[in-house]
Design a protein around this ligand. Structure first.
Ligand SMILES: C[S@@+](CC[C@H](N)C(=O)[O-])C[C@H]1O[C@@H](n2cnc3c(N)ncnc32)[C@H](O)[C@@H]1O
Length: 305
């Protein structure tokens, strides 16, 4: 368990809406290198400002962790856009036994509450948001991770097309490891690197697929994939949302990173919503590109560098 002292911040609350913090410790699982709120000692933090997640279970879990970590009486400021959980924040905090002051600004609800001495419903919220085995998938997962309790349609279509693989590869934006598990079913796969920006996804993927052939990286692929080169294959269902807004540039960046990391002749398997403009990004970077499947609103590509 970590020590008290610094105030905590969760995500990137707009500075114009949140109180300024001096040298805060970051706790968002979506920011590689951040501290884990789960590991923070009870009643140790002097203050917390949280851009609350939009998913209800995930938000209640993060608020419960934040309240547990705060010293009784220390202030929690939780804010969210009105249409992404903000409208429910005050009620959710009150249900934890908080006395809430709430304000509305620029389509956000901003709630401040001192940490109550007793947090009502703490254990239930922590249990509801905790990692668990999803029996239907045979995989560990957690609310908040992409498609956390079912296989995404695009991923399922890519799985249908995937041939036997060999050599060294990577799963870019691995989530809980749905695509990686299929790759590892090929005995010819010597090494597989799973990368995701979400610590919870990496933790779940490690629990699901840890072994002598796998390595796990909690990293932002917008930074660099320079640690990877000469790969035989890459699998990806690229993200197309960044903080809730559609972001085609993110998927295009994944494609550039894949081209950098593959050897000449290496293959990128990609599945994406068919309206996303990825063909144009792939064409100049790959020598061959085949549309393997178009179904249910998705396209699955095999692109050879
Ligand atoms: C569409 S999901 C696919 C997940 C998984 N491969 C599957 O098929 O279920 C995209 C994944 O990319 C991750 N991601 C988003 N932005 C990222 C970034 N900048 N760097 C690395 N991973 C990222 C997300 O956390 C998410 O797990």
């Amino acid at each position: 368990m970590s020590k008290p002292s610094r105030p905590g911040i969760y995500g990137t609350p707009p500075p114009s809406l949140a109180p300024p913090l001096s040298n805060p410790a970051q706790f968002s699982p979506l920011m590689p290198g951040a501290e884990a709120l789960e590991m923070q000692g009870e009643a140790t933090l002097p203050q917390m400002v949280m851009l609350a997640p939009s998913g209800t279970i995930e938000r209640r879990y993060a608020i419960a962790l934040a309240l547990r970590a705060l010293v009784p009486g220390a202030a929690l400021t939780a804010l969210a856009p009105n249409d992404k959980g903000g409208a429910r924040l005050a009620g959710e905090l009150a249900a934890f036994g908080c006395t809430v002051a709430s304000a509305s600004r620029r389509h956000h609800r901003i709630c401040t509450a001192p940490r109550p001495r007793t947090i009502t419903g703490l254990d239930e919220a922590l249990a509801e948001g905790a990692p668990r085995l999803i029996a239907t998938l045979g995989l560990w997962s957690q609310p908040g991770i992409f498609s956390w309790d079912r296989i995404d349609t695009g991923s399922a279509l890519l799985l249908e097309q995937l041939p036997s693989l060999s050599g060294s590869g990577a799963d870019f934006g691995c989530g809980i490891g749905v695509l990686a598990r299929a790759a590892l079913a090929s005995p010819g796969v010597r090494r597989l690197t799973l990368i995701d920006i979400d610590r919870r996804a990496i933790d779940a993927a490690r629990r699901n697929l840890d072994g002598p052939r796998t390595e796990f990286l909690w990293a932002d692929l917008r930074g660099s994939a320079a640690m990877l080169s000469g790969l035989d294959f890459i699998l990806m269902n690229p993200p197309f949302h960044d903080g809730g807004a559609e972001d085609k540039a993110l998927g295009q960046m994944f494609i550039r990173r894949a081209a950098e990391a593959l050897r000449a002749g290496g293959t990128c398997w990609l599945t994406a919503n068919r309206h996303l403009p990825y063909e144009g990004a792939m064409k100049p970077l790959f020598s061959q590109m085949s549309l393997r499947l178009e179904a249910k609103g998705y396209k699955v590509y095999e692109a050879v560098k």
